[in-house]
Design a binder for this molecule. Structure first.
Ligand code: ADP
Length: 468
């Protein structure tokens, strides 16, 4: 009927708008490399902040001792204790505990948030140390804080702004490591923040601990970000920056990358318009877990308005964030012949009853378009980093050297979306081969680092305290 014809047309238009042809992906790769240069050249030179981390060497396996780490994510607070054995990949023991971040903490005051973190940590320390617990002992703590921070040193940094749904005004402009130390000392918890790191930096640290060819890390969870090792001489905006290794990890804050080559649709525009951080985190809004489900919801809502395939019970589709990304992924990955899981989720979560199979197929199609685009763009971003550091194969072509062609490059990967969404991972890998070509892609290894940000941060605390 013409109504369902209209539904198909809406999907077709959307698909066209999301087009990620190889030509377009290459333009995104180039734009990423250009913006990286611009962000390194001057402060504010690009939407990519390219933040200094003051991490100039990565764990090499010699780290020893017991370290704590806390990882403030967008959905949970994780506390860890890691015992290191002094040889590569020798983590003797690691204990983790996770607490959900309740919404009131995300929009309350800095004091409430940091007190909650200190309290969670204190309970954890008392539990894992048991009778050994002694308040006299000063413990070393790594703080994984995954929001844009202007670092002053490896252990301190000023919050620039919030992302991923956090909005605690009075924390902006403050040194978050000091805020945490104050909250800990109020509770009599004797701990020092040895390393303040972004989650990507923690992932890279763990990636490097296991494999010395790791040079970059990408996190794709609620939000998305990447970091990599840059030569200090290329960091033009910090002239005179000297490090022992001649390099420094740069936190790209790639979620805010933007290029006119990104395939943007009217749904992306309205999502951005209605977001609290309008005109910001443009790349993240096309790629990460906070948003993918909502892009799908927006397209389904349009279909419901223009056709009758969802019947008249589609009111839930009008509600922002009603369709969360893990549910969208579950619909996308439903391989039952009658798409039973799709029907169950539409019924249970969106109050859309008894929709015919052809409508369920349309839902899966929309999920596929959104996820495919996200994975393709993430892959283009990764190749952009490879290009910047001369590992994308183009270097050998232009200079006649073939060395970069055969050099192994490891990228540490982390984040709930990447780890738990198989089709997303498949598309991402396919796109890497498509952009790089098989020969070069063979030398690019994506290595999943579960709990990387927390354990990696503890490793950094260990390597930093042994260097002092
Ligand atoms: P953070 O919230 O700190 O980013 P994670 O890295 O664990 O923590 O990422 C959690 C996010 O990953 C969720 O908000 C969700 O968007 C996404 N996610 C989790 N599980 C799945 C899944 N099965 N399929 C798709 N996305 C998922």
């Amino acid at each position: 009927c013409s109504a369902s014809g209209r539904a198909v047309e809406v999907v077709r238009e959307f698909e066209e708008g999301c087009s990620t042809s190889i030509g377009r992906l290459r333009q995104v790769v180039d734009a990423m490399a250009v913006e990286m240069n611009a962000g390194l050249a001057s402060e504010g030179g690009s939407k990519l902040k390219m933040l200094l981390t003051f991490i100039d060497s990565l764990p090499d396996g010699k780290e020893m001792g017991t370290y704590y780490s806390i990882d403030l994510g967008a959905t949970s607070l994780r506390v860890l204790r890691v015992e290191l054995g002094g040889t590569r990949s020798m983590i003797l023991r690691h204990q983790v505990e996770s607490q959900p971040i309740l919404p009131y903490l995300m929009t309350g005051t800095a004091e409430e948030l940091f007190d909650f973190i200190a309290m969670t940590l204190q309970n954890f320390v008392e539990k894992v140390e048991g009778l050994e617990h002694t308040s006299d002992l000063r413990r070393e703590l790594a703080f994984t804080f995954s929001f844009p921070v202007r670092q002053i040193s490896v252990s301190s940094g000023i919050l620039i702004r919030w992302t991923k749904g956090f909005a605690i005004e009075d924390a902006i402009g403050k040194d978050v490591a000091r805020c945490l130390e104050e909250a800990m000392s109020k509770r009599g918890l004797n701990m020092r923040v040895t390393a303040l790191v972004n989650d990507t930096v923690g992932s890279l640290a763990l990636g490097h601990y296991h494999d010395e060819d790791a040079v970059a890390a990408v996190v794709i969870g609620t939000g998305t970000n990447a970091c990599y090792v840059e030569r200090t001489e290329a960091i033009i905006k910090s002239q005179g920056l000297l490090t022992n290794s001649g390099g420094m990890v740069i936190n790209m804050e790639w979620g805010s990358f933007w290029s006119s080559h990104l395939p943007r649709t009217s749904y992306d525009i309205s999502l951005d318009d209605e977001s609290p951080n309008q005109n910001d985190q443009g790349f993240e809004k096309m790629i990460s877990g906070m948003y993918l489900g909502d892009i799908v919801r927006r397209v389904l809502h349009r279909i419901a308005q223009e056709s009758d395939i969802f019947g008249d019970a589609a009111r839930c589709l009008a509600v922002p964030f009603m369709l969360r990304t893990p549910l969208m992924a579950a619909m996308h990955e439903d391989d039952s012949p009658d798409l039973r899981e799709v029907a169950r989720i539409l019924r249970g979560n969106l109050d859309i009853q008894d929709i015919p199979l052809r409508a369920r197929r349309i839902v899966v199609r929309v999920c596929d378009i959104v996820t495919r685009r996200a994975a393709m763009l993430a892959a283009a971003g990764i190749v952009g980093i490879l290009k910047k550091i001369g590992r994308d194969g183009s270097d050998g072509v232009s200079t006649g050297r073939t060395e970069s062609k055969s050099r192994r490059t490891v990228i540490a990967m982390e984040g709930g979306l990447y780890v738990s969404y198989g089709l997303f991972r498949e598309y991402l890998n396919e796109a890497l081969v498509e952009i790089l070509g098989e020969e070069i892609a063979q030398n690019v290894v994506l290595r999943t680092c579960e709990d990387g940000s927390g354990i990696g941060a503890a490793l950094l605390a260990a390597s930093l305290s042994s260097n002092q």
